[in-house]
Design a protein around this ligand. Structure first.
Ligand code: SF4
Length: 335
């Protein structure tokens, strides 16, 4: 590892809704990203969401009356230029057709938004508002897409470009809104009454009321999560949590339990072929495959796809014909 790539491990400067969610999805991935400073480029869907957010942000910054579809078209051109300049977008290496589809999908979401509510009727307090505060000794931060006033009441609105989750999977979305409500209350003294999730691609709005109970539960979770992060950091260790998301996790190639999970799911046909982990496992298997070994002669093979300092012994090849599957699976513990 070169000197430039070494970064001192340190606690994050605070918890945001997304980092808290990440910790609960997998503490190990949180460690790599938030403690060690590992960079995860934004993927296609995240960049598409950013494009739509940006257009709507610029539209809602217009005076009421000027928030028209024509204005949105002009703002979409600005947002598109910004997207093209994004390093993460360039990493996607999209073809001309794929770029057209990206823009079409983004614009479709913007048009949907105009069908869902009249933007000129919204009393906007702020857009893309960065908030930072300390609650119960926990540093918290986050960016609120939109804060509106509805009569005397404050309302938090959050744009989502993904699918509308089934009711049983909405918990983290409600937590995110309550996180924002707690921060607005801590910084302004006024608690918003309601939170809205505006699903622009699917023309649906979900709402929740903020109550003492909902905000109190969120604060309790934030406090417990921060304590867990500190305990993990101070020696308890960040645990892996395997599951379907391992196939979408960039940490997977250096995470044996995650690699085992994806390998096992691939065998059962339960990994989408467009999941990054699918190609990664295929690549890892190919690299193991090139190791020559006389049949029946136990041979140590090395994990050559890692950085040189990470090279480790994977196992013993007993039969080169089945080495890829059998040895890899044995090493990562797949039954
Ligand atoms: S591969 Fe799975 S277990 Fe490993 S860090 Fe990623 S999400 Fe966690």
């Amino acid at each position: 590892m070169t000197q430039e790539t070494v970064r001192e491990r340190r606690l994050p400067t605070g918890l945001s809704p997304s980092s808290m969610d990440l910790y609960h999805q997998c503490a190990k991935r949180f460690e790599v990203q938030k403690i060690d400073g590992g960079y995860e480029p934004a993927g296609y869907e995240a960049l598409l969401g950013t494009f739509v957010h940006r257009v709507l942000e610029l539209v809602m910054q217009e005076e009421a009356g000027d928030r028209t579809i024509e204005a949105a078209k002009a703002h979409a051109r600005v947002a598109w230029a910004e997207t093209l300049a994004e390093a993460d977008f360039q990493l996607l290496s999209l073809s001309d057709d794929q770029m057209r589809e990206f823009r079409w999908r983004g614009w479709h979401s913007v048009e949907n938004y105009f069908d869902m509510e009249d933007p000129n009727s919204v009393l906007v307090v702020d857009t893309e508002q960065y908030l930072k505060c300390v609650i119960e000794d926990v540093p918290m931060r986050g960016i609120i897409d939109r804060l509106d006033r509805d009569g005397d009441e404050l309302v938090v609105s959050d744009y989502k470009n993904g699918k509308v989750p089934k009711p049983q999977y909405r918990g983290s979305k409600w937590e995110q809104l309550n996180f924002y409500a707690a921060m607005v209350e801590a910084t302004t003294g006024e608690r918003p009454v309601r939170g809205r999730l505006i699903f622009t691609a699917h023309s649906e709005v979900l709402e929740t009321d903020f109550t003492d109970k909902s905000v109190g539960a969120l604060v309790n979770k934030v406090t417990a999560t921060w304590q867990d992060v500190k305990d993990d950091f101070e020696g308890r260790g960040f645990k892996t949590q395997t599951g379907p998301l391992c196939a979408w996790c960039p940490v997977m190639p250096t995470c044996p339990p995650g690699a085992a999970e994806v390998t096992m799911r691939m065998k059962k046909g339960r990994v989408r072929e467009d999941a990054p982990g699918y190609a990664m496992i295929k690549q890892m298997q190919r690299q193991v495959d090139v190791v020559a070994a006389p049949q029946g002669v136990p041979t140590l093979i090395a994990l050559t796809h890692h950085q040189p300092e990470d090279v480790g012994l994977l196992g013993v090849i007993l039969d080169p014909a089945v080495a890829v599957v059998a040895r890899w699976d044995q090493v990562v513990g797949v039954p």
